[in-house]
Design a protein around this ligand. Structure first.
Ligand code: MN
Length: 489
């Protein structure tokens, strides 16, 4: 992962004079350093400069656009900064922007306060002037208000940074599709041209024969090195080591194939495995653990979304995975969802060290594939699904609570997660179906809805959040209103 920067740009105007500029510089530097140290994301907040004129603002925005490591801009008006000066710069800015509405001092120094203090500490009205220009320009941006040392303010800035890193990674993402979508499936389809225009995702298909060819060039040494890594991350519980070695071979070939094309996400499909002896199981799982995005049955939208969400999670370690809503446990008021896939769930969400096993697979008619088996962690999580509605993309997120499985499932040798939905099964699943959410999702323990909502805003796509407060009638009305809005957009 590239280490991104966020530029703290502080607005003022030329009228104030050098003495005040020196104070603003000192304050801004101190504030940027505080935020940089206290945000738990492997990206830097750097104090860029104070800006005093229209030309300075234009130049710094132009520089932000061109700077490869700059993933976003944080603006704050220490003093008044007449915002007509900001129009040219904001007009060309292509990176996400957050307006931080804060103050250098936490308290008013009642005994000392004089007009000099008032002239220096003017964000209460400087930021209002700044907010107005964004509103009148209809610029997408986020506003975060509060004293900059408040834990909540710091966390909200950190989450916004995560969304912006997702945007930066989206803009350069390549997705490799081994084979096409599973035949006749609707929800995994979508317009790849629209996706590249909207998200920057370049999604391209390859014949599975190209991967089979790559497989032939994998060396014994490469397989052995991959097996050593497996031993580090997994318990091996099988006598069929050759099956595990075959997955190691697939993984090496896939990684080479992806890296040669600078691709960070991929799809497979069990309907197109010509030239492969096993469905890629452990190979895919371990590539997800390494950070690659993955979608099964040709599901490139979920694959890209997983990669983007992995990039948003830098510095966090609870994990994200490709997931599928599989089957239900339906005692009234105790309903649970059992999520799994044929094989491909990321070990990053495992509760304990995963066990590698080899079992037959009832689908795909290939050799018994090796797979990592485990139960997923417990705790708060989200499920996210991206769908293509023809005239727009809709990102749907549902809050859930992952729980310990009710009982052992000794005859189900796949990785699985179990969760309960909010506010309850009835409302959450009805809302999900009414919204058109897929059976494939990205399950994340690292990210919450705020990160994805801001990402959707930055990408200018529709967003639906299903949560403890969801009411079906309100949701239905919102969906109708969105349909009308997008008809004219
Ligand atoms: Mn599936």
């Amino acid at each position: 992962m590239k280490k991104y920067q966020f530029w703290f740009i502080v607005g003022t105007q030329h009228l104030y004079g050098e003495k005040i500029f020196a104070s603003i510089n000192d304050h801004a530097k101190e504030m940027a350093e505080y935020l940089n140290i206290n945000t738990k994301i492997d990206a830097d907040i750097v104090f860029k400069q104070i800006v005093k004129t229209s030309d300075e603002i234009y130049e710094v925005m132009e520089e932000a656009n061109q700077h490869k490591d700059c993933a976003g801009v944080i603006t704050w008006m220490h003093t008044f900064s007449p915002s007509k000066m900001w129009i040219k710069g904001l007009n060309i800015l292509q990176k996400p922007l957050v307006q931080l509405h804060t103050q250098y001092n936490q308290e008013i120094p009642f005994e000392e306060i004089d007009m000099d203090f008032m002239n220096l500490n003017q964000s209460a009205h400087g930021d209002r002037e700044h907010g107005f220009i964004h509103a009148v320009m209809r610029r997408p941006r986020k506003v975060i208000s509060g004293y900059y040392k408040n834990e909540r303010v710091v966390l909200r800035i950190e989450k916004w940074m995560r969304s912006a890193v997702g945007v930066a990674e989206s803009r350069k993402l390549h997705v490799v599709r081994f084979g096409d979508n599973m035949r006749n499936v609707a929800v995994t389809e979508g317009n790849k041209v629209s996706a590249e225009i909207k998200f920057g995702w370049s999604v391209n298909g390859y014949g599975i024969g190209d991967l089979a060819e790559q497989l032939k060039h994998v060396t014994q040494l490469e397989i052995r090195e991959q097996m050593d890594k497996y031993k580090q991350f997994y318990e091996l519980d099988t006598s069929d080591l050759s099956s595990v070695e075959y997955q190691a071979k697939i993984q090496v070939a896939m990684r080479q194939f992806l890296d040669q094309r600078n691709a960070k996400a991929f799809t497979t499909t069990f309907e197109d495995l010509h030239g492969l002896n096993q469905l890629p199981g452990l190979a895919v799982q371990d590539l997800m653990r390494e950070g690659y995005g993955f979608g099964a049955e040709g599901d490139w939208k979920t694959s890209a979304l997983l990669r983007v969400m992995n990039s948003m999670s830098v510095g966090l370690d609870k994990g994200n995975s490709f997931m599928e809503d599989y089957t239900y446990h339906l005692p009234y008021n105790e309903e649970l969802v059992l999520g799994a896939h044929m094989l491909e769930v990321s070990p990053s969400i495992a509760k304990t060290k995963p066990v590698v096993e080899v079992h037959p697979l009832g689908i795909g008619s290939k050799n018994d594939p090796a797979r990592a088996v485990f139960d997923a962690k417990e705790g708060k999580a989200i499920q996210a699904s991206l769908i293509d509605l023809g005239n727009r993309f809709r990102l749907i997120v549902t809050d859930c609570i992952a729980v310990e499985p009710k009982a052992d499932m000794p005859k189900l040798p796949v990785a699985r997660a179990m969760w309960k939905l909010l506010p309850n099964f009835e409302v959450a699943t009805e809302a999900w179906l009414l919204s058109g959410g897929a059976h494939h999702t990205v399950m994340s323990y690292d990210l919450d809805v705020d990160v994805l909502r801001d990402y959707a805003d930055m990408m200018d796509i529709e967003f639906v959040h299903i949560n403890k407060d969801t009411k079906i009638e309100t949701l239905r009305e919102q969906l109708i209103i969105k349909d009308i809005i997008y008809k004219f957009k």
